[in-house]
Design a protein around this ligand. Structure first.
Ligand SMILES: [Zn+2]
Length: 352
């Protein structure tokens, strides 16, 4: 089979590989659509997870099952499926402890294009098929279905980590494709006011559609000062961080009320330490929780999140700004994600 691979840091291209073998609990699937993620850019061009040789890239896809292992009960060849970017080993002790995403070691539930080949290939392997696949709802667009792999569960996980409650004022830092889903998740959880930090017009328009009520730009001064001005000096109840750097925690803590919570899902690609401002953290006693986590993955979550789409409560279409058709356009889509033109939110490639 052919797959689009990282040859080494900074170099990529199409390669030939053997079709993966199917273990008794596994499935082999072929993509219906794949989406490009900023993580692919970090992995390939920034070497964020270290060097990899001839590793097929990609972790966001919808697919059709072509083979299942002898012990797989609920899926069969021909099924159209959703696949989470994080595919834990559900029998692991970490999963039993409630941390499936860390099954086998910290962050080790992230397998595609990290510990094994990813999804940018004619066929790919899914471990623990009954635990990780979900049937794609009838009539769902395969391009939209890719957004359920990572953008929805990751963006929503920031909302879960920040524990957004009815009537909360929520600050969402970063409104790229993940942050937009944090906006949508906060709105679904019943936030009253959602203050979004972002600058690109295409993202601001989408964020309005997903429920953002106020906008601030880091270009207009410190985020926390603008938040304080908007909230009459009170600050916010929750912060979802879906963009920025190790520096972003400083305004987040400053903008947060005592007793508030910060949920981070942003991938911190550089910097050795995170600065927490001592005084605004209540000199260590402010009850300002800072939580960061990789999304859990798995079938149940996929089924629940996709039910929001079929029930008409979540529209994924605004995320897919650039839809291509055919593998020939994969590289173009990947380079687009690296170069981020002004009108881009998410590039998706449908495999016709
Ligand atoms: Zn991703």
């Amino acid at each position: 089979m052919k797959g689009y691979a990282m040859l080494k840091i900074g170099e990529s291209g199409w390669i030939e590989k053997d079709t993966p073998a199917c273990g008794p609990l596994d499935a082999i699937v072929k993509p219906l659509a794949v989406a490009i993620c900023t993580s692919d850019v970090h992995t390939l061009w920034e070497g964020a997870i270290g060097d990899r040789h001839n590793m097929i890239l990609g972790h966001e896809a919808s697919a059709e099952v072509v083979e299942v292992g002898s012990e797989v009960k609920d899926f069969k060849p021909g099924d159209r499926v959703l696949i989470p970017a994080i595919t834990p080993d559900w029998n692991s002790l970490e999963a039993q402890a409630g941390y499936s995403m860390h099954s086998g070691g910290m962050l080790a539930g992230w397998k595609f294009s990290n510990f094994k080949d990813g999804v940018f290939s004619e066929y790919f392997h899914v471990n623990d098929a009954d635990g990780n696949l979900a049937l794609m709802p009838e009539g769902m667009d395969p391009a939209d279905a890719c957004i359920l792999s990572d953008m929805v569960p990751t963006g929503f996980h920031a909302v879960e980590l920040a524990d957004v409650q009815l009537g909360d004022t929520v600050l969402v830092i970063g409104i790229g494709p993940v942050g937009l889903m944090s906006v949508a998740g906060a709105a679904l959880r019943g936030a009253s006011r959602i203050i979004a930090v972002g600058t690109r017009p295409v993202c601001i328009e989408a964020a309005k559609g997903y429920g953002a009520t106020d906008f601030i730009s880091y270009k207009d001064g410190p985020i926390d000062e603008q938040v304080m001005e908007l909230t009459g000096g009170k600050g916010v109840d929750r912060v979802c961080i879906a963009g920025g750097t190790v520096e972003t925690f400083e305004p987040a803590v400053k903008a947060l009320k005592p007793g508030g919570k910060i949920g981070n899902v942003n991938y911190l690609g550089s910097g050795d330490y995170i600065n927490i401002p001592r005084v605004e953290w209540g000199v260590g006693m402010g009850h300002k929780d800072i939580r960061g986590g990789l999304m859990p993955g798995g079938r149940l979550r996929m089924e629940k999140l996709s039910s929001l789409v079929t029930a008409g409560r979540l529209d994924l279409h605004p995320e897919c700004t650039h839809v291509f058709h055919g593998w020939d356009h994969l590289e173009e889509a990947l380079f687009l994600m690296r170069d981020k033109p002004a009108d881009l939110i998410k590039p998706v490639v449908v495999i016709d």
